[in-house]
Design a protein around this ligand. Structure first.
Ligand SMILES: Nc1ncnc2c1ncn2[C@@H]1O[C@H](COP(=O)(O)OP(=O)(O)OP(=O)(O)O)[C@@H](O)[C@H]1O
Ligand SMILES: [Mg+2]
Length: 319
């Protein structure tokens, strides 16, 4: 006959056995899930390698001076709907071209084709007059940099988050501070207790940045790479008015001597461009400067006035 103490011991043992079994069960589940994920990752990496083997071996002489598409058409694999139709566009060194259009117009798809991330279905992408597929992929990648709408938020240190743009400069404090400062993120970095070596993201116990702060870090990442072709897809979407204005002031310096493709729904950002291309349903429907397009009174003018009128509305109501 056991004592009350023995009974309590027995209950506690059963309980802890239960929780041990539950832990093993959970870990097993996570293990199975992770191994499935690894299988997918390996298959993806194999696909990437296979595709890179099909790419050319040409080297790039000097820097990228033109990126051009002619008769470019594209549809996503497994979907017959054509997303881009007969796009003709030439981007030249020292020039910033904005692409505007409604959601789903094909702006991001066009940007990815220009970077060589997707292969054209019709027409070609030419870099310095030569088909992008003829080049060794790494050669062009080093000269191109981008920030996408769905930019990465890596649970790494701040330094590493920026250095993903150019990993060889991970220990180059001056370069990393320079990129952060141009991107308007120096103040964010200065506030973190460990500065450049602060671990970001709550998952690893680090501080969580705000959406706009993450966007500035992603912009710094794109700027760290000293490329010739810069693609900015919605770089200011999460920025406050002050940060967007600061970006506007630095912009000319930032894109000096580069080709820049700038995608934005904000006309304050679009106005940083030298030339604007309007996409509608995957087609270029208008092209010109801000003033020319306003004078034309087409889709650009309509979109611009819709946005501008919304700012003016309260004043109109007051009168
Ligand atoms: N990975 C994908 N697979 C299949 N279809 C896609 C994929 N990405 C985009 N699309 C389709 O291609 C079209 C163009 O999309 P895209 O992302 O280029 O538009 P966007 O102009 O950048 O729009 P937004 O202003 O919303 O960013 C859309 O109709 C979209 O549904
Ligand atoms: Mg897009």
């Amino acid at each position: 006959m056991g004592t009350a103490g023995d009974l309590v011991m027995a209950i506690v043992s059963v309980q802890s056995l239960n929780s041990i079994l539950a832990t093993i069960g959970n870990n097993y589940e996570a293990m199975v899930e992770n191994s499935r994920f690894m299988e997918k990752l390996r298959a993806l990496l194999d696909q990437v390698k296979a595709r890179e083997r099909q790419r050319g071996v040409a080297m790039l002489e000097g820097s990228i001076t033109t990126v051009e598409v002619a008769g470019l058409g594209f549809s996503y694999p497994g979907n017959n709907r054509q997303v881009l139709h007969g796009i003709d566009l030439k981007l030249r060194r020292g020039e910033t071209v904005a692409v505007v259009g409604l959601n789903g117009a094909g702006k991001t798809t066009l940007a990815k084709l220009l970077l060589g991330l997707y292969a054209a279905k019709e027409g070609q992408v030419l870099v310095n007059g030569r088909n992008i597929l003829d080049y060794q992929p790494g050669v062009l990648r080093r000269r191109m940099s981008c920030i996408f709408q769905d930019f990465g938020r890596f649970f790494l240190t701040l330094r590493e988050n920026v250095a993903v743009g150019d990993i060889e400069r991970v220990a180059d404090d001056e370069a990393i501070w320079g990129a952060l400062s141009t991107a308007g993120a120096a103040e964010v970095a200065g506030r973190l207790p460990d500065g450049l070596d602060a671990q970001l993201g709550r998952r690893f116990g680090g501080p969580e940045l705000s959406g706009g702060e993450w966007q500035k870090v992603a912009l710094a990442r794109a700027l760290l790479r000293d490329g010739d072709f810069l693609i900015l897809d919605e770089p200011s979407a999460a920025l406050d008015a002050q940060a967007e204005y600061d970006l506007y002031l630095k912009f000319k310096e930032m894109v000096k001597g580069k080709i820049c493709l700038l995608i934005s729904h904000r006309f304050t950002t679009v106005r940083m461009a030298d030339r604007i291309v309007v996409l509608d349903g995957g087609r270029i429907v208008e092209e010109g400067t801000h003033i020319e397009l306003l004078d034309k009174g087409g889709l650009y003018a309509t979109m611009y006035h819709q946005q501008a009128d919304r700012y003016r509305e309260p004043e109109a109501n007051r009168s």
